[in-house]
Design a protein around this ligand. Structure first.
Ligand SMILES: [Zn+2]
Length: 369
């Protein structure tokens, strides 16, 4: 979140992008737009392992990387065995996000790859450097080869995951990972995870050895906010998702159910949501509302990632046109084409209206910030 705030402060482009993305998310959340995709979205992933040769454990093994991908494919499909621990009151909200992750098999130049980039660094660790006073040039060094890290692969085609040794949070705590929300600079787009919180084997350490740091960070990358709304306990801001209860602050460790805050009794905080801060073995779910936000992102700001694996939209409307055309013209191809053209222009008009809506939201959003 600190990076998100820093970018909001520094970049008017980012503020404008965020307003547009937020407007679209609202339309999905309130069902004014229904998701177009019907199948599972498969996202190509590249993992950059940035390690110091003097600290061998930073160069994590392939097995640890694959263990992380396996966790993501369970969590984002609600196939994680511990989903059974969701309290009965919220079971109907558990969502299959219909998103899967596949380690890249083709690199940006079209060459075969195992999707893992190993880069040696002279740095012993990387700092997030997002607090006031830390210059932007020193931020995100893990994402730049010139600064001792690894350059991103094109972020419109790959999810970039950097694995390294992270330093401390601006507050002095241990930084497990961080993410860039959609709408930010492409060259720093992706998520960063400290190696001891990555995957379930190798150097992964309890209580963050369940691969859930990446689940949480990729949740941000797909536009999800923290479930408590980052208002430091004020109960005034939420995560812009209607089916997650408003909660005061982050939960940590392994809370007992129910934990009530912000007058959200009797069921209290949904602390077992991936977007809280609890231990890996205490978080198990995304909700339907969170899935809609992710859909808005995947069909909006991150739509380019779906092009390769996109499932064709339903064919029914086209079949209807063909049938009508046939009835009117006795199979006349010109009439069919005319009707198809009409349908196409109707679609374009709708897209134009949608973008006008976005633009209106953009202005309103700017005024509101
Ligand atoms: Zn977070």
């Amino acid at each position: 979140m600190v990076l998100h705030r820093a970018l909001l402060n520094e970049s008017m482009t980012y503020r404008a992008q965020r307003a547009q993305i937020e407007n679209r998310a609202l339309q999905y959340e309130t069902a004014r737009i229904s998701p177009e995709r019907r199948g599972v979205a498969t996202i190509p992933v590249v993992v950059h392992v940035v390690h110091n040769p003097e600290i061998p454990e930073q160069n994590i093994g392939d097995e640890q990387i694959h263990s992380q991908i396996a966790v993501l494919n369970r969590d984002f499909r609600a196939k994680n065995p511990d989903v059974s621990k969701v309290p009965p009151v919220w079971r109907s909200l558990v969502a299959d996000s219909m998103v899967e992750f596949r380690i890249a098999t083709v690199d940006p130049f079209g060459e075969p790859t195992d999707g893992i980039v190993r880069v040696e660094t002279h740095r012993r660790k990387f700092e997030i450097c997002a607090s006031p006073g830390c210059p932007a040039s020193e931020r995100d060094q893990v994402k730049s080869s010139a600064a001792g890290g690894a350059d991103a692969w094109p972020s419109d085609r790959y999810l970039n995951i950097w694995v390294c040794q992270l330093g401390s949070t601006p507050g002095g705590g241990t930084l497990l990972g961080y993410a860039q929300f959609p709408g930010g600079p492409p060259q720093t787009d992706g998520v960063v995870i400290t190696h001891s919180c990555f995957g379930t084997t190798g150097t992964a350490q309890a209580p963050f050895d369940g691969g859930r740091t990446a689940t949480h960070e990729i949740g941000h990358w797909l536009d999800l906010f923290h479930i408590w709304g980052d208002d430091d306990g004020a109960c005034s801001n939420d995560d812009k998702v209607a089916d997650t209860p408003n909660q005061a602050n982050a939960n940590v460790g392994k809370p007992g159910f129910p934990h009530v805050s912000c007058r959200n009794g009797p069921n209290g905080d949904m602390f077992m949501n991936y977007m809280d801060y609890v231990d890996d073995d205490a978080m198990f779910m995304f909700t339907q509302g969170q899935r809609e936000r992710m859909n808005a992102c995947l069909e909006g700001a991150r739509a380019s990632l779906l092009v390769g694996g996109r499932v064709a939209p339903e064919v029914k409307p086209e079949m209807e046109v063909a049938a009508v055309g046939g009835a009117l013209s006795g199979g006349n191809g010109d009439m069919q084409r005319l009707l198809q053209d009409l349908q196409e222009s109707e679609k374009r008009t709708k897209e134009l209206l949608d973008s006008l809506h976005d633009a209106l939201g953009l202005v309103a959003g700017r005024g509101g910030r």
